[in-house]
Design a protein around this ligand. Structure first.
Ligand code: GLN
Length: 445
């Protein structure tokens, strides 16, 4: 079914970078055998899934949408992928993204531009744009994405699907090609909230292969879906209602009325350091990226430049031809910020801002169970309209980035349409309290 949808639609949507029909059929045949022999079925038995192309998959090309890795076939699976396989899913292919997950529209992919299934002249969002578009177009039952500053939630919002960024450390990052290691998280993109709970159940948990994965017990996310949010205390940050497109704001206020109707109470709260989040994020994320991406030298991974003279020439030539413009911009920014004379002025200062932002959240969560607001200030924008304007592009993340800096979990759930394009409601929870987010979103949906 997924392959039929892909055949029909993907020449337009362009969500997939690599398809593995033979591999998928082989797994499906094995699952059929399981049925015949009455073996126990995994939690996600037989579901066709797509994987963002920055999660390594054994024997299946993994490019991070970069020329640099256009020939890279990993020899192992990311832990999240292994866990999906253990749950009996069928991997059908790898999904487009912004190169190395840097971007918010998929236009930084060095292979193709994915389109928004609701309107083909619009972007699907990013960087997990392929993951969101594939679910919206029925080209996978669900997908995995990664979120560093909003890359699961923002495309989910633009494409009218559910996207969950778990608490930092909830899902193992082993096998996720690192962008900014202190922020990266893997999470599900699904059609509805119940599916998100199922997928999180399958992929969450401690992993000795990722030293930052948390040794915290995994809750029963499915039993959290009670439909009951009577008495739930919701904080709505006043900063999150400023500077929104009017029609987006209207959808969010309507959603708050619905939540009220379900017995929740909401009040305006303040996250006073919100305005510094984007600046701090781009500094920290670029710094970490410049360090993480130093492993791409044309020797250990990926495409090596021809005819280089010395070893330094080889590094230089391979990196010049392998990375696209946005990746280079961030490596330069990050290297500059980390250089010895500037460390205190930039990196250290940004770390301090990060602490203040985390404290903002801690304070609100002393009194409230969840924080609710929009996922993004606008709906999906026109392809090409922001490519040459990185600052405008960066500002699209203003509502998702603070959550990433604080390390807390958040989910985007569709909350209506503005001018024919989907709008997402962001529900933010306390660290490791994905259950309350899922319960709230499920009751609302
Ligand atoms: N759009 C943000 C960026 O470009 C977020 C990316 C992400 O979460 N991977 O960094």
């Amino acid at each position: 079914e997924a392959f039929t949808a892909i055949e029909k639609k993907d020449s337009q949507i362009q969500a997939y970078l690599t398809l593995d029909e033979a591999g998928a059929r082989a797994v499906a045949a094995r699952l059929d055998d399981k049925l015949l022999t009455n073996e126990p079925k995994g939690l996600l038995f037989g579901l066709p899934v797509g994987i963002k192309d920055n999660l390594v998959t054994e024997g299946l090309r993994t490019t991070c949408a970069s020329q640099f890795l256009s020939n890279y076939d990993p020899i192992y699976d990311a832990t999240a992928v292994t866990k999906l396989k253990q749950a009996d899913t069928v991997t059908i292919g790898k999904l487009n993204m912004d190169e190395f997950a840097m971007g918010g529209s998929n236009e930084n992919s060095s292979f193709q531009k994915t389109r928004n299934p609701w309107n083909l002249s619009r972007v699907p969002g990013g960087s997990s744009g392929g993951s969101a578009a594939a679910v919206a177009a029925g080209e996978a039952y669900f997908t995995l994405g990664s979120d560093t500053g909003g890359s699961i939630r923002q495309p989910a919002s633009y494409c009218g699907v559910v996207g969950l960024k778990p608490t930092y450390g909830r899902v193992s990052r082993y096998g996720l090609v690192a962008f900014a290691s202190s922020l990266d998280q893997i999470g599900p993109v699904t059609k509805n909230v119940e599916d998100a709970a199922y997928v999180l159940q399958a992929i969450a948990g401690y992993d000795p292969k990722d030293s930052t994965s948390a040794n915290v017990e995994v809750s029963d996310y499915l039993s959290a879906l009670t439909g009951d949010i009577q008495g739930l205390r919701i904080g709505v940050p006043k900063q999150y209602l400023e500077g929104l497109e009017a029609s987006v704001k209207a959808c969010v206020l309507e959603a708050l009325r619905v939540l009220e109707g379900l017995g929740a109470v909401w009040e305006e709260v303040s996250l006073p350091h919100t305005e510094y989040a984007v600046a701090a994020y781009y500094l920290l994320a670029s710094s970490e990226a410049s360090s993480n991406l130093s492993r791409f030298d044309g020797v250990r991974y990926g495409v090596r430049a021809d005819h280089a003279g010395s070893l330094l020439d080889l590094y230089h030539a391979s990196r010049s031809q392998g990375f696209g413009p946005e990746v280079k911009r961030r490596i330069m920014l990050g290297t500059y910020a980390l250089s010895s004379g500037y460390y205190d002025a930039y990196y250290l200062k940004a770390q301090k801002v990060r602490t203040l932002i985390k404290r903002d959240f801690d304070e609100v969560f002393e009194k409230y169970d969840v924080i609710v607001g929009p996922t993004a200030p606008t709906t999906a924008f026109e392809l090409g309209s922001q490519v040459n304007d990185p600052l405008t592009m960066y500002m699209n993340d203003i509502l998702t980035i603070p959550v990433s800096l604080a390390g807390v979990p958040a989910l985007s759930v569709p909350c209506g349409f503005a001018d024919g394009l989907p709008v997402g409601l962001q529900i933010i929870g306390k660290a490791f309290d994905e259950s309350t987010i899922l319960r709230t979103a499920h009751a609302y949906e």
